[in-house]
Design a protein around this ligand. Structure first.
Ligand code: NAI
Length: 330
């Protein structure tokens, strides 16, 4: 089946070709799917997209006019797809629901440790032959309270890791996970209590109208002075301007983000020759207690293999017209 793969990154190309084994005719495109590139899907029955591609109503309509009937997301999150419109015009959509919760949870821990132990600063100092330690004081994770907002696949892996550090874990979710309560002493509380009681707060929620800006001035004002905030989920879970105020006041003592509200058109691209136009991320980058990675939490070989394999599987299900367990419905 002829399939246009938008946003094909060099890091995933070999995994896709390997998983495909020439089953489908893949048209590998480096560009993102959006209003200006959608015509490139001409002649394809399926399209595959990544996290920052545009699958809004207008784009979906154009794809449908070109004969596209299936959208294979190479991601778990689907906040960038107008699912209601896809259903209306009969474009089926499937995702990769759990390619590796470990990859994302472990990246959250990498951000925590790098921030806490000031590894970037320490590394830069040592490279300049400055072996002093002033300004590098961290804190023991052991005994601290970690607040997990969302204990689905990724949040529950992180609960287990943080339990290994000897942290007390509190969490908030629509659904309580009994295994976490019984085996890892996780205590479920409401979001405000979590913000007030945690030294480390980590977000593991999908982006929905209900979760947008779940971290805002109101909950930042309740946080402990110097709390650490980690976001590896979706940028718009936090109100970035409120977080900047929290950093300026010292209420937020550390910020580690792998995602950013306005990351589209910025992350995954080389802008090293450009003049940065985004003043908000520029302000974030000016803090020495902020660590930003560009949506790489998923980026392990295990996850890439799983993403590629599941995407090819999803395409196969559609082609053979058999039920697909990864298909999204509303
Ligand atoms: P999941 O679906 O397994 O877990 C999400 C949890 O959030 C569920 O337990 C659900 O009950 C809870 N939840 C949903 N709405 C809520 C609300 N309003 N209040 C409280 N709890 C709510 O998802 P998973 O696999 O753990 O992924 C979490 C997020 O991580 C994804 O939605 C995605 O945005 C992000 N992600 C980021 C990646 C990266 O590379 N940075 C890679 C993969 C996922």
């Amino acid at each position: 089946m002829k399939t246009a793969i938008f946003s094909t990154h060099r890091f995933e190309k070999d995994y896709l070709l390997q998983a495909n084994l020439q089953k489908h005719e893949l048209k590998l495109l480096e560009v993102q799917l959006n209003k200006t590139t959608m015509a490139l899907a001409q002649g394809c029955k399926a399209v595959s997209i990544f996290v920052n591609d545009d699958a809004s109503a207008e784009v979906l309509h154009e794809l449908k006019n070109q004969g596209v009937e299936f959208l294979a997301l190479r991601s778990a999150g689907y906040n960038h797809v107008d699912l209601a419109e896809a259903k209306k015009i009969n474009i089926r959509v499937a995702r990769v629901p759990d390619y590796s919760p470990y990859a994302v949870a472990e990246h959250a821990v990498a951000l925590m440790l790098a921030l806490n132990r000031k590894l970037i600063r320490a590394h830069n100092r040592v490279r300049e032959l400055n072996f002093t330690l002033d300004g590098l004081v961290g804190f023991d994770m052991h005994g601290k309270t970690t607040g997990l907002i969302g204990t689905g696949k990724i949040g529950s892996v992180l609960a287990k890791i943080m339990n290994g550090f000897g942290c007390k874990i509190i969490a908030t979710d629509l659904v309580e996970n009994k295994e976490l309560i019984d085996k890892y002493n996780v205590e479920y509380v409401d979001c405000e209590t979590l913000c007030a009681a945690s030294e480390i707060i980590s977000l593991h929620l999908p982006l929905t109208p209900k979760t947008k800006h779940i971290i805002n001035k109101k909950c930042i004002d309740k946080m402990k002075q110097g709390a650490m905030l980690i976001n590896t989920s979706r940028g718009a879970l936090i109100n970035t301007r409120d977080v900047i105020d929290g950093l300026k006041s010292g209420r937020i003592g550390y910020l580690g983000i792998d995602v950013y509200e306005e990351e589209g058109g910025l992350f995954f691209e080389d802008h090293s020759e450009d003049i940065l136009q985004d003043d908000v991320i520029a302000r974030l980058m000016s803090f020495n207690n902020v660590l930003i990675t560009s949506h790489q939490a998923f980026l392990t070989s295990t996850a890439l293999e799983n993403i590629a394999r599941t995407t090819i599987h999803n395409l196969g299900c559609f082609e053979k017209n058999i039920p697909c367990e990864n298909e999204l419905s509303i």
